[in-house]
Design a protein around this ligand. Structure first.
Ligand code: ACM
Length: 260
């Protein structure tokens, strides 16, 4: 399958413009699955709850309709981050395809001031069966908790679609370990640019990447430029969990010794 990561620089609060810019990037590079950044339609650096409320959308809102339209026209799938208006407002990711919405993930580990504006996720870590393999979702700072990627791997995911808005520098290298320790692919789609709003100035680090189950960086974008890159991968490679005659990555776990 052909997997693409889309690195954007959204304009805060301009959902329509941001969706248009992202889908224009996607049109340039054919793929079976596109992974877009966290909150790619709204921007990130909220200063009040009112601001979040103004741009949050239901899972079948305008962003969903645009992404499903793209998926139908191009017979493909897309995972993207958005502010989800439901019983509460969540920092969510949707997975859509030609048939519509496949599912939603709500960010479990909220980062920094996200805790002021979003409720913590309550849907666990979901895995979806697509025609080319099993795709799990997590969002940005979830990478810091190895349990997130491990849950997805234990549920059989071949690939982690990982919409992100990275601020700290560690994730791109950290995801190499997440992939290696789970024998799984990951596609981290980050944004670039700066949002200086209120008294909070945030710079995003770009460096979106696709990593293989052996920890190889198959594609990586720069720190500053918008872009899209796709690689051809065989998701079946994520089924090879055996390291040698005596070690199997997942079967070798010793949960009774971990004590949690
Ligand atoms: C982050 O979780 N957006 C850093």
């Amino acid at each position: 399958m052909r997997l693409a990561i889309v690195q954007t620089n959204p304009t805060f609060g301009k959902n329509e413009v941001n969706i248009h810019t992202a889908t224009e990037q996607m049109r340039e590079v054919p793929a079976d699955l596109y992974v877009l950044p966290e909150l790619f339609n709204t921007g990130y650096n909220f200063t009040t709850m009112d601001e979040v409320d103004r741009v949050a959308e239901k899972s079948d809102g305008a962003t969903f309709r645009a992404m499903v339209g793209f998926a139908q026209r191009n017979s493909c799938y897309a995972a993207y981050g958005f502010a989800e208006r439901a019983d509460q407002i969540y920092n969510s990711a949707a997975l859509v395809g030609p048939s519509g919405l496949l599912g939603i993930y709500r960010k479990v580990h909220l980062f920094d001031r996200e805790n002021l504006f979003f409720k913590p996720g309550n849907l666990g870590f979901p895995v979806f069966d697509l025609p080319f393999g099993k795709v799990g979702l997590m969002i940005c700072f979830d990478w810091m908790y190895p349990e997130a990627a491990r849950s997805l791997a234990l549920k059989g995911a071949h690939l982690i679609a990982h919409p992100s808005n990275l601020v700290l520098p560690h994730c791109p290298d950290g995801m190499i370990t997440r992939c290696l320790e789970n024998g799984i692919f990951a596609a981290t789609a980050d944004r670039v640019g700066r949002e200086n709003r209120g008294d909070v100035d945030i710079r995003f680090i770009g460096t979106s990447e696709i990593v293989s189950p052996r920890g190889e960086v198959l594609a990586r974008l720069g720190k500053e430029e918008e872009g899209i890159i796709a690689v051809e991968i065989d998701l079946k490679d994520a089924e090879k969990k055996r390291i040698n005659q005596y070690n199997d990555l997942l079967a070798g776990r010793r949960p009774e010794q971990y004590g949690f």
